[in-house]
Ligand binder design. Structure first.
Ligand code: PGA
Length: 250
């Protein structure tokens, strides 16, 4: 049985005080949830304060990005070791906004996935197609390519050491959610690709999140699908009640 994983991706929102306040109001609202891992991903600047707020709550702390080297002359970058030093356990890799605005390529993201696993961080590798790709029937080939690039040579000991997120780009921040059937179809395809890459036992325990306009009123139906193991939530995660309602929907 896979445990759900619900992550809040706060993107480039919240100053330190706002991040701490949001986490403070969220903690009691999700206390006692046992069938889901809950993860908050504030901007880098919020991590230090958030580590203290989340201490002892069972809520995991995640980062939205990282560089793959442990240290060095890489101005402006943050290493896996630095994230670990801040109590971070998970890191989002290859969010479509990183691919689109910062030109992060599949081979570059592959280095990040490997570096995260090696450092003992759990990477959340994001994949997803554009509207044009979906409409031209290219969804599966796009996702397959992103998975092959991102996971090449990646070795994990346990399925729990890797998380995938299917985020159709046309559904991110647009209010348009993939229907549960559309999402399940792609999740099953991802599971099949994971089975080819890692074998059935590991693939059966890797969690695959859905992301893209997840809200309290569509979360339960999405997460009721057999291969949807959680959500990567953007906009709705900036409101404690909405995010808690999504967590509680599992
Ligand atoms: P959204 O963002 O929930 O605001 O659509 C999801 C994401 O980009 O992770």
């Amino acid at each position: 049985m896979r445990k759900y994983i619900i992550a809040g991706n706060w993107k480039m929102f919240t100053l330190r005080d706002e991040a701490a306040a949001l986490a403070h109001s969220l903690v009691p609202l999700v206390a006692g949830i046992e069938n889901a891992d809950v993860l908050l991903c504030p901007p880098f600047t919020g991590l230090d304060r958030m580590e203290k707020v989340l201490e002892g709550t069972g809520i995991f702390l995640g980062a939205q990005n990282m560089y793959h080297e442990d240290e060095g002359a890489y101005t402006g970058e943050i290493s896996p070791a630095m994230l670990k030093d801040l109590g971070v356990s998970h890191v989002i890799v290859g969010h479509s906004e990183r691919r689109q605005y910062f030109n992060e390529s599949g081979s570059f993201l592959n280095l990040k996935v490997k570096a995260a696993v090696e450092a003992g961080l759990i990477p959340i590798l994001c994949v997803g197609e554009t509207l044009e790709e979906r409409e031209s029937g290219a969804t599966e080939s796009v996702i397959a390519g992103q998975l092959e690039d991102g996971l090449e040579g990646v070795e994990i000991a346990r399925g729990e050491d890797l998380v995938l997120a299917y985020e159709p780009i046309w559904a991110i921040g647009t209010g348009k959610t993939a229907s549960p059937e559309q999402a399940q179809e792609v999740h099953a395809f991802i599971r099949a690709k994971l089975t080819q890459a890692f074998g059935a036992d590991l693939a059966g325990t890797i969690r695959i999140q859905y992301g893209g306009s997840v809200k309290p009123d569509n979360a339960a139906e999405l997460m009721g699908q057999p291969d949807i193991d959680g959500a990567l939530v953007g906009g709705a995660s900036l409101n404690a009640e909405s995010f808690a309602a999504i967590v509680r929907s599992v």
